[in-house]
Design a protein around this ligand. Sequence first.
Ligand code: FES
Length: 178
Amino acid sequence: MDGAQLVAVRLNINGAVRTAHVAASMTLAEVLRGRLGLTGTKIACNRGACSACTVWLDSMPICACMMLAVDVGTRSVTTIEGLAQGETLHPVQQAFIDHDALQCGFCTPGMIMSCAALLKRNPEPNAEDVRAAISGTIVVAEPIHTSSPRRLPQPKRKGDERGETSKSPHGGLSLGYR
Ligand code: FES
């Protein structure tokens, strides 16, 4: 970035106009995080493959790592920080908390933005709709279930009685649940 000429961009983000001085090569994700302090948007692959950086551009979920900030223009950007209404979380944010869906948290903002966008265009999605909406999300962490009411009891396996953990079929540590 040293020596790069900076240009001023005005971005309509979460309902407010923000100005940032950016290099023309900076992506929207970089500007959100590095210039505007909106670090809820994550950057993982930085090449449009994982959806960790999902934000809305005029209500459409996009990968912010694949759009230059200078190309946003007058379109509105919504990030995970703009989803809640004051102190009230968006229902999808609340559902992720209620159902222990956070995992390590890195893919969570992007997944929430994708799910919330789905609900905006289809208030009654079926399971297939939800799968399709988040199909671009790559999840690395394995969920650790602690209090999900939908958790099914699992048969005890050898070693469980001794309080040992065991390797899950997915390669991560299983805390007694599959
Ligand atoms: S960081 Fe943008 S898609 Fe992976």
